[in-house]
Each structure stands twice: as C-alpha cells, then as structure tokens.
Design a protein around this ligand. Structure first.
Ligand SMILES: O=C(O)CCC(=O)C(=O)O
Ligand SMILES: [Fe+2]
Length: 313
C-alpha cells in the first residue's frame, strides 16, 4: 500500500469555482482514496510551502523559549476556550495511545479566533497571531472544498457535510489548528514503548497535515504500518472517526502514529495539523439513511472521545 497523490488544482484556493466535469473527476479520485486507504496527498491546493514554513518558523520560536515565558499561554488558562494555547511536554493530555507512556512532544492549539483570545506578542514573536490566523483560514477554506467534493462523491446533497461546518473558528465548533514540536530525542531518556505520538485515529471529520520530517506511519488494511514520506508542498489529508461513522463506514479512518527518530538522529520534528470537526450542535446521522450508528451530536461525540482518551472532558 502507498498513499495516493491527487491533483486538487482544479479546485485549488486560487480557483473561484469548479466545473461539473472537474468535480466529477476529483470525486472519483478522492472516493477511491477515502474508501481504500483513508489517507491521500493533495497537490496544488493553493496552500503554499512558504506559508507552511512561516507557521513552523514562528511556532518554533515560541517553543524554543523557556517554559516561564510559555506558561502564560498555557491551555486551560483561557476562560473563553480551554482548548486554546500551549500544551507542555509531559502533559497528561499527550498520550494518544493510553497504553503507552506520554508522547514526546509539545504543542500550541488554536480553536477560537474570538478577539478576546490571548496570543504571544513579544518582539521575538512578531506576527505569531497573524500567521496562525491566516493559516487557519486557508485550512478552513480548503477543508470546506474537500467536504463539498466528498458529498458529491457519495451522490449526496452538496450541503450535507458543509451545513454542519458553519461555525469553525468559534466556541461552538471543535475544529483545531495544532502546531506540534517533537523535541530532539536522547535515547537514554526514553521510556520503554514511548513514541513521538502513540497509535490513534483522529476524532473529527477530516484532518489536514503538514510535516517537515519523516516518522509518520499509517496502518494498512492488512495491519502493517507503512511509513509516509514527508513531501514539501503537498497536503496530507485523512478521514477521521466521525466521518467514518457519518458515512456508515464507507470512508475509512485509519490508525496512525509517529515513531522516534532512528538512533543517532538528533533532529527535532515539526508538524501542523488542522483537525476539522462539525459544529457542536450538528446531529450526525448515517448519510446512507441506514441506522448502522445512532444519531449523535458532534459536541457530545467529541466530549466522549476526549474523556476516554485523556480521562477528562
Ligand atoms: O505529527 C504528525 O505527523 C501526526 C500527528 C497526529 O497524527 C496527531 O496529532 O493526531
Ligand atoms: Fe492523528
């Protein structure tokens, strides 16, 4: 198995709209990837490698600061949104596979673009808010385009997924931009079984992923883990659990993980993930009209998943 590459140029962010024929072709290519692999590389999306590099550079400047300077931006310290902000390495939040020791990483989360949110703004971090906000918007725009193609590929009303994603960037929706920093690994400090990111599947509808180094592995249908290359300029897109449920298991959400670097590799690794979730109040019902899964609101589903994974809501 390898991850297919699909040219999204016809519906890139620089295109106003897509023709019926282009939509039809894109639908066919993406449907094959979503039903057989669950992951796909998109090229020519309109999100440029320069933008990705800017997000990673400014994030890295934030992460490289001493903890005292990051602490004021700690998640849970925001009254408006407990998911916004810095999550320190070693935080109990970071155990995507609860059977393994904590993941070796730290992160900065953005879920709300509410004007009252507090952002790092020291001279060294000039542009942090603007760079992240603009990237969030581009990821949102691309995700909505992908969701439109998806509903087309299943022969559904074009609005069926889109109408449940109106509130991205507000308190009423769980979509998150997560900038991740995997620190250099010193072998003598690693616990048995510890990874950069334990085995898991994502919770929402789709995830966009940008990475600057290898390490990601995806589990194939036959059960073996396949290494995914890191290809600058391409967007890695995967199906997450709620969309698998929504599509009555037609689209598959697959397990993935991030390995430790090979012995002797003392490099850090960065990635940026955009986890798309429907609006908290959206009711998710099997789109083929079956009752394979009972209806659930996206907010209740997310809360349950977080409780199970992290023992918190
Ligand atoms: O860093 C990566 O490449 C993947 C991270 C991931 O899968 C996640 O945070 O859900
Ligand atoms: Fe993931």
């Amino acid at each position: 198995m390898s991850i297919p590459v699909v040219d999204f140029g016809a519906y890139s962010l620089s295109e106003k709209d897509v023709t019926d024929e282009q939509l039809h072709n894109l639908s066919n290519e993406l449907k094959a990837a979503f039903t057989e692999v669950g992951f796909v590389f998109l090229k020519n999306t309109g999100i440029t490698q320069d933008e990705v590099a800017r997000v990673m550079d400014i994030s890295k400047k934030f992460f490289m600061q001493p903890d005292e300077l990051k602490q004021p931006f700690s998640s849970k310290s925001f009254a408006h949104n407990p998911n916004h902000g810095w999550v320190a390495r070693g935080n109990c939040f970071f155990r995507l596979n609860p059977r393994r020791p904590r993941d070796l990483k730290e992160a900065f989360h953005i879920t709300s673009l509410h004007p009252d949110m507090k952002w790092p703004s020291s001279d060294a971090l000039t542009g942090f808010q603007e760079i992240h906000t603009s990237f969030f918007q581009h990821c949102k725009d691309l995700s909505l385009r992908v969701l439109r193609v998806m509903s087309h590929s299943l022969g559904l009303d074009p609005e069926v997924f889109l109408s449940a994603h109106h509130l991205i960037g507000t308190e009423e929706n769980g979509t998150a931009l997560r900038s991740l920093y995997y620190q250099p690994v010193k072998n003598e400090e690693v616990k048995e079984g510890q990874l950069r990111c334990g085995e898991h599947s994502d919770y929402g509808t789709i995830t966009l992923l940008f990475q600057n180094a290898e390490g990601l592995q995806v589990r194939s249908r036959s059960g073996e883990f396949i290494s995914v290359p890191s290809i600058p300029g391409l967007v890695l897109l995967n199906i997450a659990d709620l969309l698998q449920r929504w599509t009555s298991d037609q689209f598959i959400s697959v397990i993935h993980r991030v390995l430790l670097p090979p012995a002797g590799d003392s490099g850090a690794r960065q990635s940026v993930a955009f986890f798309v979730h429907p609006d908290h109040e959206a009711v998710i019902t099997c789109c083929d009209g079956s009752d394979k899964y009972p209806p659930v609101t996206a907010g209740a589903y997310l809360k349950e998943r977080l409780k199970y994974s992290y023992g918190e809501s």
